[in-house]
Structures are given as structure tokens and as C-alpha cells.
Design a protein around this ligand. Structure first.
Ligand SMILES: NC(=O)c1ccc[n+]([C@@H]2O[C@H](COP(=O)([O-])OP(=O)(O)OC[C@H]3O[C@@H](n4cnc5c(N)ncnc54)[C@H](O)[C@@H]3O)[C@@H](O)[C@H]2O)c1
Length: 342
């Protein structure tokens, strides 16, 4: 079977734990090359993966006609610039979240992908967690009824404990967004994915409570859903001693908790038509036996590029997530409620 020939731009932490191993072991993709200005990272991957071509300058890789698609996994401020160059060079693009640093940039990426007839997908990786796919199935089957309230939380001790040399996460000129763009963007997108609802209004409060730098490390928001329901979002990089990463969906017949009581569990509580509490236990994403994230993002992206599947994440989803974050920032700065479409 034909495999999609892929290159990875940015050989940092997410490429190490997700993109590079998943391309390498994919039935649908082939790892051709990686690009990163950091020679030490290139050397590390050359010793780990056989026959890997490496580039210090990603533009050289884009000239390589062997590469049909690239992953863009670099600091946020470079997402749009590099994706645009890759699309214009005739490559399909899987870009990391947040897709860009503004909705205007994101729209330009969408238009460029259309003009060049290339696939543009955003790695909203939470859509691919088996827990979330199962939760979507349960909600769409009507088990918890109509969605009324959604509560989301994503917090840990900070990106310095994820990618130790990545000080860029705290610098506005490189990251543009703080924790809202890092963790908030995941839950904003996940709420839309699980409920099939959009956001209409929001109110947010952001703060930099602990981290050095010039971006927010903490944010809370209340959002109105398009059916009149309410969603809340809590994200921070100041959580000590644990990571919290969950969503609770309250419907008019029941409640679904994904990862709240245990990261590997879905709890379902139903009160109508009969009272019921069940749980679904899923395999953790990352274990000692699987020292990388076994998420089907790469296989799915490759299948979309090869014309075998329809995309689970459309570039417009990435655009909407950024637009909502822009509105949350505006709300926090102005200290008032903001309409999403203004
Ligand atoms: N989807 C997810 O679940 C998820 C998880 C973590 C991070 N991310 C995203 O992935 C992106 C990268 O994050 P990370 O944690 O891997 O950061 P990182 O700092 O560990 O890696 C970034 C890499 O980009 C390289 N780089 C910088 N400029 C470059 C250029 N011009 N060309 C090529 N490479 C360049 C750096 O040398 C570094 O190796 C961020 O946008 C982040 O938000 C997504």
C-alpha cells in the first residue's frame, strides 16, 4: 500500500512523544526527514531512527520533493509562517495547536490550503483520545439527554516540567498566548466536539500568578452555549502535585464524567428513565510498555491525505478555537461580557 512520505518540522517534546514515533510505526506514513535548528536534537533522532534525513533549515526540507506532508510542531508564533510556506510548496500540513496566533492568520492558512488543494489539519489531539471518542458516542446516542452544563478543567505544574528547555512558552513574542493557548484551546475545542454546540458569549478572568514571563498562567471562563446552556473552563500552570484534565457534561437525563474521578475512566450517571451508575475503564494513553502516545492522529492525517478518510478536525475548528480565545482575552482585559461574533 502507498504510504504518505512525511517530514517533521520542530523536533521538540511533542514530536518526540507523539509525531515521530507514530509516523515511524505507521502503516500509512513513512518518516523521511526532520528539521530543527538544534543540531543536538537532530543527532538524537538520527541515532534513534534509521535512515532519517535531517535539516537545520526547514526551508531546505520543503524543497525536497520526496516529502508530501509535514507536521509543524514549533513555538506558536511560527505555526502560521511555516504552515503557509509548506502549503505553498505543495505539502499537506498537520499543524500543532494553537493553529496560529490570531484568527486572521488562521483564516489565511485555510484560504491558502484551499488555493493549493492541500490538506490542512490542526492537532486538536484531545479529539483522538479513546475516552473522548467514547464520550461523544454516548452523548450523540442521547443517553444523557440534552446538554445543559459543561465543566472543564486542565491544569498542571507548567510547561517547564514538560519540555525543560522550552522557555518560549512564557514569552509573548514566541508563544503569544499563555495557558489559554496551551491548555484552554484543547478544552474549548473539546466542548464543541463532544456537544456539537457553539459558543455565543463569554466572560473570562486571566492572571499571571506565579510564572516569570509575560503571559497568563491561570484563566477561568464562563461561556454561553448555542442552546442556552453554560460551559466553564478552568486552566492553569500552577497546580501542585497532580495534573487535572477532565470534562463533565450535565444533560437533562444524566451526567458524564470523563477523567474526573480517575484519568482512565468514564463515569455515567443516569436518572431518567431509570437510575443507573456505570463506568467504562480505558487503557491509559501512555504506559511504561508504550513509551510514546499511542494516538491515531498521524494515521488519521495520513489517511485523509491519501483520500481514505474524512478529517475529524477541520481547519475551521482550529480557527474557531482561536477566535474564542481572542474573545476570552478581550473579556478579561475589558472586564466585561463579550459576544463571540462581534
Ligand atoms: N497537541 C498536543 O497535545 C500538544 C502537546 C504539547 C505541545 N503541543 C504544541 O506543540 C508545539 C511544540 O511544543 P513542544 O512542547 O514540542 O515545544 P519544544 O520547545 O519542546 O519544541 C519546539 C521545537 O521547535 C524547534 N524550532 C524552533 N524554531 C524552529 C524552526 N524555525 N524550524 C524548525 N524547528 C524549530 C525548537 O528547536 C524545538 O526543538 C507547540 O505549539 C505546543 O503548543 C501540542
Amino acid at each position: 500500500m502507498k504510504k504518505l512520505k512525511m517530514g517533521v518540522i520542530g523536533a521538540g517534546k511533542i514530536s518526540e512523544v507523539l509525531h515521530i514515533p507514530n509516523i515511524y510505526f505507521s502503516e500509512y506514513a513513512e518518516l523521511v526527514s526532520i528539521a530543527d535548528p538544534n543540531e543536538e536534537r537532530l543527532r538524537y533522532f538520527r541515532t534513534k531512527y534509521f535512515n532519517l534525513k535531517t535539516y537545520k533549515n526547514y526551508e531546505e526540507m520543503l524543497k525536497n520533493e520526496d516529502v508530501e506532508a509535514v507536521v509543524v510542531a514549533v513555538p506558536n508564533s511560527l505555526h502560521a509562517e511555516i504552515s503557509l510556506k509548506a502549503l505553498k510548496s505543495g505539502k499537506h500540513v498537520l499543524v500543532e495547536k494553537p493553529m496560529a496566533t490570531s484568527s486572521k492568520e488562521a483564516m489565511k492558512m485555510i484560504d491558502t490550503a484551499k488555493d493549493h488543494k492541500k490538506v490542512l489539519m490542526v492537532n486538536h489531539s484531545q479529539r483522538f483520545f479513546p475516552h473522548h471518542q467514547k464520550a461523544k458516542e454516548i452523548i450523540e446516542a442521547g443517553l444523557i439527554g440534552e446538554v445543559r452544563v459543561v465543566k472543564t478543567m486542565f491544569s498542571h505544574s507548567g510547561p517547564e516540567n514538560w519540555s525543560p528547555n522550552a522557555s518560549w512558552f512564557f514569552q509573548k513574542e514566541k508563544a503569544f498566548f499563555g495557558v489559554l493557548g496551551d491548555l484552554g484551546v484543547h478544552k474549548i475545542d473539546l466542548i464543541r466536539y463532544l456537544t456539537n454546540l457553539d459558543f455565543t458569549k463569554c466572560f473570562a478572568q486571566m492572571a499571571r500568578l506565579e510564572k516569570a514571563g509575560n503571559v497568563e498562567d491561570t484563566a477561568s471562563a464562563i461561556l454561553e452555549l448555542s442552546n442556552g446552556g453554560i460551559a466553564t473552563l478552568d486552566v492553569n500552570w500552577i497546580t501542585k502535585g497532580l495534573e487535572e484534565n477532565y470534562i463533565v457534561v450535565y444533560g437533562d437525563k444524566g451526567t458524564l464524567k470523563v477523567g474526573q474521578t480517575d484519568p482512565t475512566k468514564i463515569d455515567i450517571y443516569i436518572s431518567k428513565p431509570v437510575s443507573f451508575h456505570g463506568e467504562i475503564k480505558l487503557k491509559p494513553l501512555f504506559t511504561n510498555e508504550d513509551p510514546y502516545w499511542k494516538l491515531p492522529v498521524i494515521d488519521h492525517f495520513a489517511k485523509v491525505c491519501l483520500g481514505m478518510e474524512e478529517p475529524i478536525v477541520k481547519p475551521e475548528d482550529g480557527y474557531i478555537a482561536i477566535k474564542v480565545i481572542e474573545r476570552l482575552i478581550e473579556s478579561s482585559e475589558k472586564g466585561r461580557l463579550v459576544h463571540i461574533e462581534e
